[in-house]
Write a protein that binds this ligand. Structure first.
Ligand SMILES: Cc1ncc(COP(=O)(O)O)c(C=O)c1O
Length: 485
């Protein structure tokens, strides 16, 4: 028996053991009786997993996997738990785990067709579907791969942060194409005061520096005030700056509010400025008849990013960078790589490498495709509608409690609130959050809104019910009471 054969046999024996354990983990998570998260000391976890020993001596195989997984899963977040309402990561469709098993096993990484033909076909079809939601794809079939002048284009990348960087690179290749060779010249970016931090990072990574950020003031709902933009544009022009782009949120990370995209797009059109929309979280409403009004005007943007691993029930990571005009994706990187990029590629081919940030990239489009293909578009729409509706119910419930304050009626599925019976400080709210998280029955986050710290819930799981929120409020009261005595 050669070693490759024994490796396959080991694989064949290991997978059912893993499957068994995973199903038990999922059942436990869905039931929601045990903790969402246990955070024991990292050294203890490392020791219990036997990490040192495995590194030195090997031996992680079908005979040892069960013990390893026992500890690993015990120390993992139960994201499918109905009392997980922490960060904006999906409770994914379970078929996505199968997609990961397939892509991980066949290992067809690549941004080139010869390395991952099926994956890149899936990626293009998924991109066409996403473009169609923006009105940037007009063909009858998502499998129509030809381009025309009204055609948008896109590429899948590893997360919203990289996608935002990529969007700025695309904008720069159009606004200041010579920057690729000569470096940036006097560029500034106008963005919401409540833009995600990855946007600020992208500006510095691009070499513009934080001073190149011109913050657009927001209103009480963290929404850009369009009336403030023309004045800022004039100031930039007067000081000899070139505006790289205006960035809007759909929606904001802290409270999930949507910027007035239609109004902002009108200004961008008037001043001929590139318009980028960070729709990492809220792009999902493009697939919801009920909520699509929240992104009215997004179709006038030049670029959009959209995370599948947030509200599209997909495992991390899978993000789309989408542009309205497919020509704009072609010249982002003005380079030749003689072994990878070939001359005479007049259209965007199935090789995404010449317009991807990555050289090698994971076949993540399959994850999203499985989520979509398992339930169909309607299933995803129902998911979004359900969690948005539940957020409304939970918000009203919390708001009506005399000992809690919930200052913002959520537009999406993010709720902020604070417990009012205790120390009136930001540190106190953070303390409550940290203790609740440490106790492990709930996963909640916290954010600042108008310089005040709030507890924060992202309702990601359609199985979260009012009873879980009631339980949470009771636990917060109990923690606060223990702190007060
Ligand atoms: C509005 C917004 N943009 C970008 C990101 C970054 O996305 P990722 O975590 O996929 O890098 C986030 C993450 O929460 C976000 O809320």
């Amino acid at each position: 028996m050669d070693s490759s054969h024994s490796e396959i046999l080991n694989f064949e024996s290991t997978v059912p053991i893993v499957l068994n354990k995973l199903v038990a983990f999922l059942n436990e998570s869905y039931l929601g009786k045990d903790k969402v998260i246990i955070q024991q000391h990292p050294h203890l976890t490392a020791e219990q997993l036997g990490l040192d020993n495995f590194i030195k001596n090997g031996g992680l195989n079908c005979n040892t996997i069960e013990n390893f997984l026992e500890t690993f899963l015990k120390n993992s977040l139960h994201i499918h738990h109905p009392q997980y309402f922490g960060h904006q990561n999906s409770k994914p469709i379970l078929m996505d785990g199968v997609a990961d098993l397939i892509t991980g096993t066949i290992n067809n990484p690549g941004s080139i067709y010869e390395m991952s033909p099926a994956s890149l076909v899936v990626e293009r079809v998924v991109i066409n579907w996403l473009l169609s939601k923006l009105n940037w794809f007009h063909k009858k079939d998502y499998t129509d791969f030809s381009f025309d002048t009204k055609q948008g284009a896109g590429v899948i990348t590893h997360g919203g942060s990289i996608a935002n960087l990529k969007a700025l690179l695309i904008a720069r290749s159009v606004v200041q194409p010579e920057a690729w060779q000569k470096g940036n010249h006097n560029l500034v970016v106008l963005m919401s005061e409540s833009a995600h931090y990855s946007m600020n990072r992208a500006v510095s990574i691009l070499g513009l520096g934080q001073d190149a950020i011109v913050k657009i003031p927001v209103d009480a709902q963290n929404k850009i005030m369009p009336s403030k933009i023309p004045g800022l544009i004039e100031q930039c022009h007067q000081s000899g700056k070139t505006i790289l782009c205006i960035v809007a949120n759909a929606c904001s990370t802290a409270i999930g509010s949507f910027d007035p995209l239609e109004d902002i797009s009108t200004i961008c059109k008037k001043y001929k400025i590139w318009f980028h929309v960070d729709a990492a979280h809220g792009g999902c409403v493009l697939n919801s008849e009920k909520h699509i009004h929240l992104v009215k005007g997004i179709e006038h943007a030049d670029s959009v990013i959209w995370d599948m691993h947030k509200m599209m029930q997909t495992t991390a990571l899978c993000t789309a960078v989408l542009v309205k005009n497919y020509q704009h994706l072609k010249n982002v990187f003005q380079q030749k790589g003689s072994y990878l990029f070939f001359e005479n590629e007049h259209d965007l081919g199935f090789d995404t490498i010449s317009y991807s940030l990555e050289c090698t990239k994971a076949s993540t489009a399959l994850r999203f495709f499985f989520s979509l293909a398992y339930q169909g578009e309607k299933g995803l729409e129902n998911y979004v509608d359900t969690v948005f509706e539940k957020a409304q119910i939970f918000y009203k419930f919390i708001k009506n409690k005399p000992d809690f304050e919930a200052p913002v009626n959520p537009e999406s599925n993010i709720i902020i609130f604070r417990f009012t019976q205790g120390e009136d400080t930001n540190a106190w709210q953070l303390k409550l959050r940290n203790i609740v998280l440490k106790q492990g029955m709930f996963h909640i986050t916290s954010t600042e809104y108008q310089n005040i710290r709030y507890l924060r819930l992202s309702i990601m799981n359609p199985n979260t019910d009012l009873i879980h929120i009631e339980n949470l409020l009771s636990e917060i009261r109990a923690v606060a009471s223990a702190l007060n005595h």
